[in-house]
Write a protein of this length. Structure first.
Length: 123
């Protein structure tokens, strides 16, 4: 599941990069920088999802596997909230409240879960 989600988020990240470069010419410099930052974060975390999926294919269960699954969930939800809030705010004028910071915190926690998974995994 995490590899598939990573592929999906990677693909849509490329689409958003192309759209930001060619279709969203109405954005001011701040808006364009924010969207480019979201695209970059989406791309990096799409790769993290793929790697999490690969990690879990070889992990043997226990706390390491559970933490790895939590990392995958955190990456997926973090991408949706962080990047989605930035896209919604700057491309559609939606007021997204604290969704971007919540998503950012989820992304950080996901990285910590992945690290803890590696430290506690049984091979």
């Amino acid at each position: 599941m995490w590899i598939a989600l990573g592929g999906f988020f990677g693909s849509t990240g490329v689409a958003m990069a192309a759209a930001a470069a060619h279709a969203f010419r109405q954005l001011d410099a701040h808006g364009l920088a924010a969207v480019q930052s979201a695209v970059q974060m989406q791309g990096w975390h799409a790769i993290a999802l793929v790697l999490t999926g690969l990690w879990l294919l070889q992990a043997q269960g226990g706390a390491g596997r559970t933490l790895g699954s939590l990392a995958g969930g955190g990456f997926a939800l973090g991408i949706l909230l962080f990047c989605g809030a930035i896209y919604g705010n700057h491309l559609a004028g939606l007021h997204t409240g604290p969704l971007a910071p919540i998503g950012g915190v989820l992304l950080m926690l996901a990285w910590l879960c992945l690290a803890a998974s590696a430290l506690t995994a049984r091979h």
